[in-house]
Design a protein around this ligand. Sequence first.
Ligand code: FES
Length: 139
Amino acid sequence: MTVAPGQPRATRRMVFSGLGAFGVAAALAGCAGDGGSDAPALKAGAELATTDEVPVGGGIVLTDLKVVLTQPTAGQFLAFTAVCTHRGLTVTSVDGDTIRCSHHGSSYSAVNGEAQGGPAPAPLEGLPIEVEGDRILAV
Ligand code: FES
């Protein structure tokens, strides 16, 4: 396993927001969005999580890294900034296909980051990732 120096594994710091099986496959990310100008700066190659930590049909919030990882369908891994476009607080959970920010009630699609409800004025910015074996890496 390769983890960049000074870049601890996120697994101990993550907030799980669902249960589910896992899928291992190729992946991607990079969804639309012009909202989050405070997107996290991730070190390329840093391991964000392992594939079995992201439930199918749900996701997890990596609060320290300010990243949301989702897996809408088995093997389709996506990443978004966890910085809410309303007031810049960290989103709080993933509930099925919805990313929620409980601070003021915003919600976003876990598939494309689009704002779906609450005061959020813009979508969550997609982040590039890749899957190598069972590891989800920043690109
Ligand atoms: S900061 Fe997320 S809803 Fe207000």
